[in-house]
Write a protein that binds this ligand. Structure first.
Ligand code: TRP
Length: 357
């Protein structure tokens, strides 16, 4: 009996900055858990990282770092296809082809583009948020403050990442759902324009189970790179303890069974992620009877987080020191990713009328 085809899961991460606890619990740990059940593809989106014009040394360094962190956290190159986006030139070619079916209007109306374009132009609070006003801002911008075209076509590139592998399950954060919606739209449009059934429509993949909340240390909201409230997997123990000890709290419960303020509820969320249920209960009881000391709570959180991150941090360092291993992993990944990409690209070229003479 032929083995049943596994569904194709694909996700990318832009190589900007280190992975934090939110990436770990929200994505990475789940990736590791599903490696046996799906045809898993994880890649480092270094071409996407180029849209913000990083310095070349940083681009490469960050890609290596994130790759090492993926591997250290348990992604297995024998089970999953782990690759670097720029190692698959088929993506760049298909990006050109797909762009012929993408409207500049729909790209300009994408939320992430508006945010990034405004940032590039140094516009903080737009007086007029209409699409017309925004288009005027962009078109009227002086050339030394340009919004590069790569930023505009970011969703095309992301759609190509997904469609070229014919992935159907795409785990992404909330901020990427609009891009996934555009991917579906482009897939439908291509299929119907050429009267083919080439691209499946991908959907968001949350791995079932409860969504995991990983709050930041600043008292409100989730942990995020741009929020500056992160605990990184590779944080040195001293730095990590300091960050946790500085987390925002309140004045403490004044009467038994008081409701928790957001900063304290957030600390308990972190505790729940990394500590044993008995320990969590012990602190809950202490909160309820007002005997809790936030210093003790934070110490517990810091030590339990360190128990998770220390082995990962140590493996990251070992992996980074092993050039040969890293090179082998990306070579293997690129080979596998290119095989399917080349096949899809050949189909796309043929369908669009690029044929052999
Ligand atoms: N845009 C995604 C992000 O910033 C990264 C990404 C690029 C991606 N290509 C992808 C995610 C394809 C999923 C599938 O988070």
């Amino acid at each position: 009996m032929p083995e049943q085809k596994k569904e194709i899961v694909l996700s990318g991460i832009r190589s900007t900055g280190n992975l934090h606890l939110g990436n770990y619990y929200g994505a990475l740990r789940k990736f590791v858990a599903v490696q046996n059940d799906y045809d898993c593809n994880f890649f480092i989106a270094d071409l996407h990282a180029l849209t913000t014009n990083p310095n070349p040394e940083d681009l490469h360094k960050n890609a290596r770092q994130i790759l090492a962190e993926y591997l250290a956290a348990g992604l297995d190159p024998e089970k999953s296809t782990i690759f670097v986006q720029s190692d698959v030139p088929e993506i760049a070619e298909m990006y050109l082809l797909l762009n012929m079916h993408v409207g500049i209007g729909e790209l300009m109306r994408t939320t992430s583009f508006k945010d990034k374009a405004r940032k590039a132009l140094g516009i903080t609070a737009p007086a007029d948020d209409s699409d017309e006003a925004f288009e005027k801002e962009i078109i009227g911008a002086s050339t030394n403050k340009r919004v590069n075209a790569g930023l505009l076509t970011y969703p095309t590139l992301m759609a190509v990442d997904i469609l070229i592998q014919k992935a159907t399950k795409v785990p992404v954060g909330k901020d990427q759902l609009q891009h996934l919606e555009l991917t579906r739209r482009f897939a439908r449009r291509f299929n119907s324009f050429y009267g083919v059934d080439l691209f499946p429509e991908p959907t968001d993949f949350d791995f079932g189970g409860q969504p995991i909340k990983v709050p930041g240390l600043d008292g409100s909201g989730k942990m995020g790179k741009s929020e500056g409230n992160c605990i990184y997997l590779v944080d040195d123990p001293k730095v990590l303890r300091k960050k946790v000890m500085h987390a925002v709290t309140d004045e403490g419960p004044k009467e038994p069974d008081s409701p928790m303020s957001e900063p304290i509820a957030n600390l308990f969320s972190l505790l729940e992620l990394t500590s044993k249920p008995e320990v969590v209960q012990q602190f809950r009881d202490a909160y309820a009877d007002c005997s809790i000391r936030y210093g003790d709570l934070k110490k517990q959180i810091a030590e339990d987080i360190l128990a998770v991150t220390t082995p990962i941090r140590e493996r990251v360092n070992d992996i980074l020191a092993d050039e040969e291993y890293l090179a082998k992993v990306v070579r293997m990944g690129a080979e596998k990713a290119r095989e399917r990409a080349a096949k899809t690209l050949a189909e796309v070229r043929y369908i669009m009328g690029i044929r052999k003479f």
